[in-house]
Design a protein around this ligand. Sequence first.
Ligand code: GTP
Ligand code: MG
Length: 195
Amino acid sequence: MKIKTSEFVISAVGPKQYPEDGFPEVALAGRSNVGKSSLINRLLLRKNLARTSSQPGKTQQLNYYRINDELFFVDVPGYGYARVSKTEREAWGKMIENYLRNREPLRLVILLVDLRHPPTALDVSMYEWLSHYDIPICVVGTKADKLSKNQLPKHAKQVRETLGMPKGQPLVLFSSETGMGRDELWSIIEQAAEL
Ligand code: GTP
Ligand code: MG
């Protein structure tokens, strides 16, 4: 994918603010701090387009990014951040659930898990929930640079087993630091979005 332009569009707090251009959308989901914003920046070769933070829970709306006037990335608020109120958590939950279930242009959800650790119970519920609603998923294991080359297969296997991924479903080993997995992930995105 040749990236000609990439730009932030809107932090949407509800459906009225979702863009109406009709371009296919690819959503990034995963727990707080897993590396969603960093992955967007690496895919788009932009240093700081998506705001990253060492403080979890920073992304609280659906952040839309437009690429080449042909595609949107949607950065979904990270789940599993304890330090927000229950009411807040429920409000986001409803918005995200609605978006993921009903958004017509949505073509793919990239589910990020931290490759260093087994997927959490929340990761498993998210995976099962998406599968249950037949939402196309691509699982990405992030922070691969933190593991040695010979640790990677063992950790990949652990992700597959814990999530219960079917054999043919791809698991992309990714690093926003080194760019590992970038080409593979782009080709999955292009295929899903029919670009
Ligand atoms: P929220 O917006 O809070 O949900 O977090 P996020 O999922 O967008 O995570 P973000 O991209 O902000 O990254 C969180 C932290 O992890 C930052 O300190 C990043 O620098 C770091 N990080 C993200 N991806 C990688 C990676 O591939 N390798 C390494 N070593 N660090 C990473
Ligand atoms: Mg973020």
